[in-house]
Design a binder for this molecule. Structure first.
Ligand SMILES: N[C@@H](CCC(=O)N[C@@H](CS)C(=O)NCC(=O)O)C(=O)O
Length: 203
């Protein structure tokens, strides 16, 4: 399998970490939407990463769809999202908050780092900041001790830790050190694991 996209992208990184946690080997191609857009568009018509190209040549796009496939291959006993019932509902609900916050955080970074200063629209930036703050507050209140959705680690925890790492690298003003101690402790715990270290955020 080939995973396309840089680990600066939290969507790419959560797929890389999940592949590693499932023990599924893959080749990483760190293409950027800034510099390699045409190449990415040959794999994903929307020109976004991640893309996961399977061994038979089929290309899967969007991290949620990719992770759904990986969960199926891993099987219900190992999948990081439970297959059914209230456990699945709880994990998916937490995950929706994590991924929603991730989308808003990426939007904030595009707005504040990619757009020329004179074209920035402060009310929109404030809206994005407020949405990220709302998501982070909800995750902190969910008390990830030890895990966000129950007694075992799930995709909600993997993605939440990836979100924390992304904010620290790209928009530290949205997550000052010590502001969300439980969430930060979750990220610190996962940061020591081989899967997270192998897919390090580029500096
Ligand atoms: N819902 C998508 C979001 C993917 C996404 O927004 N990727 C960003 C990188 S972090 C991207 O490719 N941005 C380029 C663009 O949207 O033009 C997923 O979960 O994969």
């Amino acid at each position: 399998m080939i995973l396309v996209g840089r680990y600066l992208s939290p969507f790419v990184r959560r797929v890389a970490i999940t592949l590693d946690l499932y023990g599924m080997p893959f080749e990483h191609r760190p293409l950027s939407t800034m510099t390699d857009l045409e190449a990415i568009k040959t794999l994903n018509p929307v020109g976004r990463v991640p893309v996961l190209t399977l061994d038979d040549g089929e290309s899967l796009v969007d991290s949620a769809a990719i992770l759904d496939h990986l969960d199926e291959v891993a099987g219900p006993a190992r999948a990081l999202v439970p297959p059914a019932g209230p456990e699945r509902r709880r994990v998916l609900n937490r995950l929706a908050v994590v991924v929603g916050t991730m989308e808003k955080a990426v939007g904030y970074v595009y707005e504040t780092r990619r757009r020329p200063a004179e074209r920035q629209h402060q009310p929109w930036i404030d809206t994005l900041k407020g949405q990220v703050a709302g998501g982070l507050a909800a995750l902190e209140a969910a008390d990830p001790q030890p895990w966000l959705a129950g007694l075992s680690m799930t995709q909600a925890d993997v993605s939440a830790a990836v979100l924390v790492d992304f904010l620290r690298a790209m928009a530290p003003e949205l997550l000052p050190a010590g502001s969300h101690p439980k969430l930060e402790a979750l990220a610190a715990r996962l940061a020591t694991t081989p899967a997270f270290q192998k897919a390090a955020v580029p500096t």
